[in-house]
Design a protein around this ligand. Structure first.
Ligand code: IMP
Length: 459
C-alpha cells in the first residue's frame, strides 16, 4: 500500500499554490511528457474526484510514491489515494486489455480498485486490437514512396490504435462504446456488422503496403472481450451525472489531461498531433462538465522542451547538450521507450498554449535536469527570412521555417534537488522561473526538482 500525503499537508500545498476554490484542470502545455502525473498525484489528496478526459493508452505517466514506482497509462492518477472518486470520462478511448492489466497490477500491489472508486463512462469508446493493426498499416501506407514524394515523414504514432478508434467514433457505424460491453449478445451482432468492414479496410491497406495480417473473426473477438467485459462492466457509470453530483455537493474535481496542448487535434501542430482535444478545452467535452465550473487551469511545463514522433521542433538540440538533457532527464518514452527529441524551452509555443488552455498557474517540472548546464537558453521569438514572426504557425510547414531567437541566462551553479520552496532555490534558478512567468504572464507556483512527491519547490 503506498504512503499518502495527509490532508493537512496537501491543503497547505493548494494554499501555497494559490489556487482558487473549486475545480481545477491539469494540462500539459508542450508536446506531452511534462510530468503531469506527479502534480495530479500530489494535488489529488486535496480533491474529492479525479477525472481523466481524453486520450488512451498512448499516454503514460510514472508516479513515484516512497520507493514504489507506478507506470500508468489509462488509470487516473488519483487511484493511488484510497477513497477518491476516479473517473475515465467519455472523451477517453479505452483499450480494455490494457485497463484490466492496470487494474489487476494495482490490486496485486494492495490497492483497492472497486466500483465505488473507479467509474468508467458508458459513453467512452473502446480501442480494439484491429485499431492497433490499422494504426500501424496507416503509418506504413502514409510513408510509402509515391510518384511525387521521395521521403514522407510519418506521424510517428504510439501504435496504440488511438487515431483509428477516434476515427471510428466520428464515423459512428464502426464504433464500439463501453456501454456495448454490457450486452454481449447485442455486441455480437454489432461486431458481425463492423468486422467485415474492418477486414476490407485492412486488406486494402495490406495490398497497398505489401504487409500482411490475419483477417479478424467476429466470434473470436467476442470471446476475447468477454472476460475483460466481466471485469470492466461493474465500473460503468453515467460519469457526467456523477461529476455534476460531486460539484453540487461542493466537492472538488481535478480534471486530468493526457498528452498535451501542442498535440491537440484542433489547436496543436497538425498533423503531428494526437486525435483528441488534449488542451484544457477537452476537459469539458470529455467529461460533460462545462467550462464555467472550472476556475483553475494548471499548466504543466518542462524546464526544457521535448517531442516524440514526427513534426518540426524549432528549439531541438542535435548536439551534446541535447544528448545531456536526454540522459539526465531520462527522456525515453513511458509508452514506447522511444528516445525523446530534446531542446531549449520554447516560450513562443508556451505563450500560445497557455492562452489556448487558459492557464491560471504554471508548474515547471524537471528543473533539476538543467542544474549542471553552464548557461541556459530560452526561445523568446521566431524569425522567418530574417523578419520577426508574429503569433504561432498554423501549419507544420510554416513551423519548420521559423528560426528561434534566444535569450541566454546563467546556469544554476549548483544542485536544486533538495529545495522545498521556490525561495530556497539558487538566485539563478529563481531568475529562470521569473523569466518564464513574466513572459507568459502566468505565475509559476511549483518547480519540480526530482521525481519524488517531496522533491518539489512550492511557492
Ligand atoms: P498517437 O496519439 O499514438 O496517435 O500519436 C500521435 C502523436 O502524438 C505522435 O507523435 C506521438 O508520439 C504523440 N503522442 C501521443 N501521446 C503522447 C504522450 O503522452 N506524450 C508524448 N507524445 C505523445
Amino acid at each position: 500500500m503506498p504512503t499518502t500525503a495527509s490532508n493537512t499537508e496537501s491543503a497547505t500545498l493548494i494554499e501555497r499554490m494559490g489556487l482558487k476554490p473549486g475545480h481545477a484542470t491539469i494540462v500539459g502545455l508542450q508536446w506531452g511528457d511534462e510530468g503531469k502525473g506527479k502534480v495530479v498525484d500530489m494535488l489529488a489528496a486535496e480533491f474529492d474526484a479525479v477525472a481523466r478526459y481524453n486520450g488512451g493508452a498512448n499516454a503514460g505517466h510514472t508516479v513515484v510514491v516512497g520507493d514504489e514506482k507506478y507506470a500508468l497509462h489509462l488509470m487516473p492518477s488519483g487511484i493511488l489515494y484510497p477513497g477518491k472518486v476516479n473517473v475515465l470520462g467519455n472523451g477517453v478511448v479505452i483499450d480494455p486489455e490494457q485497463l484490466v492489466k492496470e487494474i489487476t497490477g494495482l490490486r496485486e500491489r494492495g490497492l483497492t480498485i472497486d466500483p465505488a472508486t473507479l467509474f468508467i463512462s458508458s459513453r467512452a469508446h473502446v480501442v480494439l486490437p484491429y485499431h492497433k493493426t490499422q494504426d500501424r498499416l496507416q503509418e506504413a501506407a502514409y510513408t510509402m514512396p509515391n510518384a511525387l514524394d521521395q521521403v514522407v515523414e510519418g506521424i510517428g504514432t504510439t501504435g496504440r490504435g488511438i487515431g483509428p478508434c477516434y476515427a471510428d467514433k466520428a464515423l459512428r457505424s464502426t464504433a464500439v462504446r463501453m456501454a456495448d460491453l454490457a450486452d454481449l449478445e447485442s455486441l455480437r451482432h454489432q461486431l458481425h456488422r463492423i468486422v467485415p468492414i474492418k477486414n476490407a479496410t485492412l486488406k486494402a491497406l495490406c495490398e497497398y503496403t505489401g504487409e500482411t495480417h490475419e483477417p479478424i473473426n467476429a466470434d473470436a473477438l467476442l470471446d476475447w472481450i468477454k472476460p475483460l467485459a466481466d471485469i470492466l462492466v461493474p465500473h460503468l457509470a453515467d460519469t457526467a451525472g456523477l461529476l455534476h453530483k460531486v460539484g453540487d455537493e461542493d466537492k472538488r474535481i481535478l480534471f486530468e489531461g493526457a498528452n498535451a496542448t501542442l498535440l491537440d487535434i484542433d489547436h496543436g501542430t497538425y498533423p503531428y498531433v494526437t486525435s483528441s482535444n488534449c488542451s484544457s478545452l477537452g476537459a469539458h467535452t470529455g467529461t460533460g462538465v462545462p467550462g464555467h465550473a472550472v476556475g483553475n487551469v494548471i499548466g504543466i511545463v518542462k524546464a526544457y522542451q521535448t517531442r516524440v514522433g514526427g513534426g518540426p521542433m524549432p528549439t531541438e538540440l542535435n548536439d551534446a547538450t541535447g544528448d545531456r538533457i536526454r540522459e539526465v532527464g531520462r527522456e525515453f518514452g513511458t509508452t514506447t521507450g522511444r528516445p525523446r527529441r530534446c531542446g531549449w524551452i520554447d516560450l513562443v509555443a508556451l505563450r500560445y498554449t497557455a492562452r489556448v488552455s487558459g492557464a491560471t498557474a504554471v508548474c515547471v517540472m524537471l528543473l533539476d535536469v538543467l542544474a549542471d548546464l553552464p548557461e541556459l537558453k530560452l526561445c523568446t521569438g521566431y524569425r522567418v527570412d530574417g523578419k520577426a514572426y508574429d503569433g504561432y504557425p498554423a501549419t507544420s510547414e510554416e513551423l519548420a521555417k521559423v528560426e528561434p531567437v534566444y535569450e541566454t541566462l546563467p546556469g544554476f551553479a549548483g544542485p536544486v534537488d533538495g529545495c522545498k520552496s521556490i525561495a530556497e532555490l539558487p538566485e539563478s534558478a529563481r531568475a529562470y522561473l521569473d523569466f518564464i512567468a513574466d513572459y507568459l504572464g502566468v505565475p509559476v507556483v511549483l518547480a519540480s526538482v526530482g521525481p519524488k512527491r517531496d522533491q518539489s519547490a512550492v511557492r
